[in-house]
Design a protein around this ligand. Sequence first.
Ligand SMILES: Nc1ncnc2c1ncn2[C@@H]1O[C@H](COP(=O)(O)OP(=O)(O)O)[C@@H](O)[C@H]1O
Ligand SMILES: CC(=O)OP(=O)(O)O
Ligand SMILES: [Mg+2]
Length: 396
Amino acid sequence: MTRSVFVINAGSSSLKYQLVDVDAGTALASGIVERIGETAAVAKHEAPGIEPVREERVITDHGKAFGWVLRQFEAHGPALEEAGLVGVGHRVVQGGARFDRAVLVDDDVAAQIDDLSPLAPLHNPANLQGIRSARATFPGYPHVAVFDTAFHLTIPPAAHRYAIDAQVAAEHRIRKYGFHGTSHQFVSRRLAELLGRPIEDVSSIVLHLGNGASATAVRGGRSVETSMGMTPLAGLVMGTRSGDIDPGVVFHLHRVAGLSVDEIDVLLNKRSGLLGLTGTGDMRDVQQAADAGIPRAVEALEIVAHRLRGTIGAYLAHLGRTDAIAFTAGVGENAAPVRAAALAGLEGLGIVLDPERNAGRGERRISADGSPIEVWVVPTQEELEIARQVAALVDG
Ligand SMILES: Nc1ncnc2c1ncn2[C@@H]1O[C@H](COP(=O)(O)OP(=O)(O)O)[C@@H](O)[C@H]1O
Ligand SMILES: CC(=O)OP(=O)(O)O
Ligand SMILES: [Mg+2]
């Protein structure tokens, strides 16, 4: 009998979903509803053996979006009862210092997620909206929250505390939380499997490079340092986010450039990173422009690589001994030139790439034979990891 989990990633104007067969590790159906609440939402649904569905229509809220999704399952299958649905998993971005693992959602947990909203104003309110609509849509099933931050709660204070007034920090819960934890956990475990070693013995650096991007140093299966901070704005250069800047830039933008706090928020979160540097936030377009010799695209890739190299160097130092580096997510899995640029010149630190393997596809080792530190591409499967955590919790 199939056991499946319905995995939900709800953003402010989008709803991504996947029905995951937990034991086979495959998607029984998946889709996305984008531009919820705008003049026309774009909704897509696909499943093995059916013609992909794509519709543009008015979808005013997440509840209506779930209605559309249920109609797709009714019209095209698979029927949720036949798929052996055991629970619903929700990606929640900010779990604060409270949630170090996945939890069953009840009214109290929902209230705590709400209470954490000031720490993730762009994410948690949307996640919560998804939870509320999904609980109304799937009332008979257990709902589980899986937090981006949970995996990083093992980061020691020396790494997660900021050197600011301690009282202010405590009062406002200001510290590094880190994000993409589900992905870093999945990839670091898979990497240990690929190395054929018990996870307790493996030290690795995971580079999750998608639209959002973060690096994590993992020792013995536990996160010990990560590049995102109190919010997902810190660290690496991203699609539209700046990553690390001098905090003094914020005061300058306000006092000298005359931007309001909200305008600065939008500038750094939505109009920076690759988009701010080149005019497009999509790495494929940036690479194409760089291949055509457009200077700002070439420079943007240099900035991306410089930041990555500095982060890798810091994590090599934090770990002391590193067995392997893994690249994952859209850019990490697909952009061979970005991987090559990030690791260029690190041979002296024991990192030697094999250009032919780097140019290949799929899960594989891309370091040269004899490279003291192995380098791998490990496709992330965040939905599968969420589904497994839900199934484990539901099974008791
Ligand atoms: N073949 C490719 N070459 C370079 N970049 C790619 C390729 N495929 C996807 N990407 C990039 O991956 C990024 C999206 O990553 P993804 O992990 O899907 O994002 P998200 O964080 O939204 O889940 C985009 O910048 C996209 O351009
Ligand atoms: C937390 C975060 O950065 O998520 P995403 O990469 O999905 O934007
Ligand atoms: Mg992703």
